[in-house]
Write a protein that binds this ligand. Sequence first.
Ligand code: PGA
Length: 257
Amino acid sequence: MRLRIVDDYEALSALAAQLVADLVRVKPEATIVAPTGETPQGFYAALARLHSQGAFDASRLRVFQLDEYVGVAPNDPRSFSSWIQRTLLDPLGVDDTRAVRLRGDAADLVAACRDYDEALRAAGGNDIVVLGLGRDGHLGFNEPPADATAPTRVVQLSAETRATLARYWERQDTVPSQALTCGMTNILAARNKLLLVSGEHKREILRRVMTGPVTPETPGAYLRESAGVTVIADVAAWPWPHPPSVAETTIPPHWRA
Ligand code: PGA
């Protein structure tokens, strides 16, 4: 696991964008699994800036969404599908045919998950998954307990997760209770995993992810046993007084397409 501890959220976003842009330059047809949530918004903005400056060509990128609410159509502005459309696909000019949605509005959700996994396999696997970290340790919507073999599937959202999502809905009781998530298996099989962690409120869960037991109770901890992982955290989220790698500025050697 490679750690990059940076001063603040802006630096985190800029570094994440630089790493992804570097990867896409090396492999323009890269497959990226893209998250929503608050943490990656600065990363998307920085990536869009790099793209508008001509830093990389996004026309051959394949984009998979990481998760989605059950019962919410892709054109609903609260869906993660439309969120990714606004923050990633539109700014980078990625054609709709190169985006793979998790269809939370599908009549057959099991088939929707199967189609997603099949599309990921057909694309040659996942070059990079970008991840936020849930306060309960979830990756995507792999809510605890979820072990390293958890497949792409329908999940029940915990009360804690629904409470944190309430800000995107009118009221907490209107937050969907179920979601689809890219499974832990796919996440851990990605050639590169980029975990973004920002803010003091993530400090305790980051501590558990970095040093706690690797069990289904903390899905994020499985990253410690996985190859190709880069964690970018800002100092506010870093639970220890002396960041180990503040000065590290080189591209990680494993960061290869
Ligand atoms: P956040 O969500 O970026 O809004 O904190 C992270 C997550 O739940 O995965």
